[in-house]
Design a protein around this ligand. Structure first.
Ligand SMILES: Nc1ncnc2c1ncn2[C@@H]1O[C@H](COP(=O)(O)OP(=O)(O)OP(=O)(O)O)[C@@H](O)[C@H]1O
Length: 263
């Protein structure tokens, strides 16, 4: 995979809530076509970073360039034009509970793209299939779906507007290992088929080992290292050692090596 083209460039990003500084002059690049895993201890600001990039959290300072545009300097209508190229899957799915799956997926197509309900629902059916849901899931409400199906429905909605850049906040959290593995494979397949770039916040070591091209570690209010997993797992830092070389890290690594051998 060519890694040279940078699709997003975050520079000097500072986020704070009152006196609590979450990010202090953080830098990060996202490369075209990659799956970038973002990890770090709890509270290191992974979700806040995602929210800043997608425009839900206004940083105190810094710049965010995406597709060559300086997002924080753009007038709102230009910015929302760029944001239409983002798909976002939030941590808990964030579907509207009073709408069926197809209504949820059609929602951005009607509200943001201005499509008629009939056209929006036709496209929504394609996205529902892309996300690996059976057609009969379309008319169900989120409350009647399993955790894995809710994630897939939320993914279908994130794909509604044909995004170039997909943001996923802990997509496999709460899924059993088989469901999580299947979801990881779905992300990989979609990235390859649709040419997406993926920014993925996760705690899931299996996800890092099976689908991420690079891993960024947040620590001490910055991106401490962002590189291939083989480089990051050997980075000299106490959290990195504990995370990657503790029992869970070792078993994820072994599982990934054995699946590579068997494939
Ligand atoms: N809207 C907010 N108001 C005040 N503080 C906030 C807000 N959003 C996040 N924070 C704080 O910012 C810090 C970073 O939060 P964030 O959710 O980004 O962490 P995280 O790395 O994603 O954590 P986790 O892995 O536990 O999900 C936390 O201390 C959190 O309490």
């Amino acid at each position: 995979m060519a890694r040279t083209q940078t699709i997003a460039q975050v520079r000097g990003l500072t986020n704070q809530f009152g006196s609590h500084v979450v990010h202090d002059a953080l830098d990060l690049d996202i490369y075209q076509g990659e799956i970038l895993g973002v990890v770090g201890g709890s509270g290191t600001g992974k979700s806040v970073l995602l929210r800043s990039i997608v425009g839900l959290q206004r940083p105190a300072s810094g710049s965010i360039h995406i597709f060559g545009e300086d997002l924080l300097a753009l007038p709102p209508e230009r910015r929302s034009h760029i944001e239409k190229r983002f798909g976002v899957l939030f941590q808990r799915g964030a579907l509207f509970s009073s709408l069926t799956v197809i209504e949820n997926v059609a929602f951005p197509l009607i509200e943001q793209a201005g499509l008629s309900r009939a056209d929006a629902e036709e496209i929504a059916r394609v996205k529902i299939a892309l996300a690996g849901l059976p057609p009969n899931a379309a008319t169900q409400y989120p409350s009647s779906l399993s955790g894995g199906m809710v994630k897939r429905a939320a993914l279908a909605r994130a794909l509604a507007l044909d995004p170039d850049l997909l943001f996923l906040d802990e997509p496999t959290a709460g899924l059993d290992p088989i469901g999580a593995g299947a979801f990881d494979q779905l992300i990989l397949t979609l990235r390859d088929a649709l040419g997406l770039t993926v920014f993925l916040v996760t705690h899931d070591l299996d996800t890092l080992y099976t689908i991420c091209d690079r891993v960024a570690v947040l620590s001490r209010k910055r991106v401490m290292v962002a590189d291939k997993l083989s480089v990051v797992e050997n980075y000299d830092d106490a959290w990195v050692r504990e995370y990657f070389h503790g029992p869970r890290g070792r078993s994820a690594q072994q599982a990934s090596e054995s699946s590579r051998r068997n494939s």
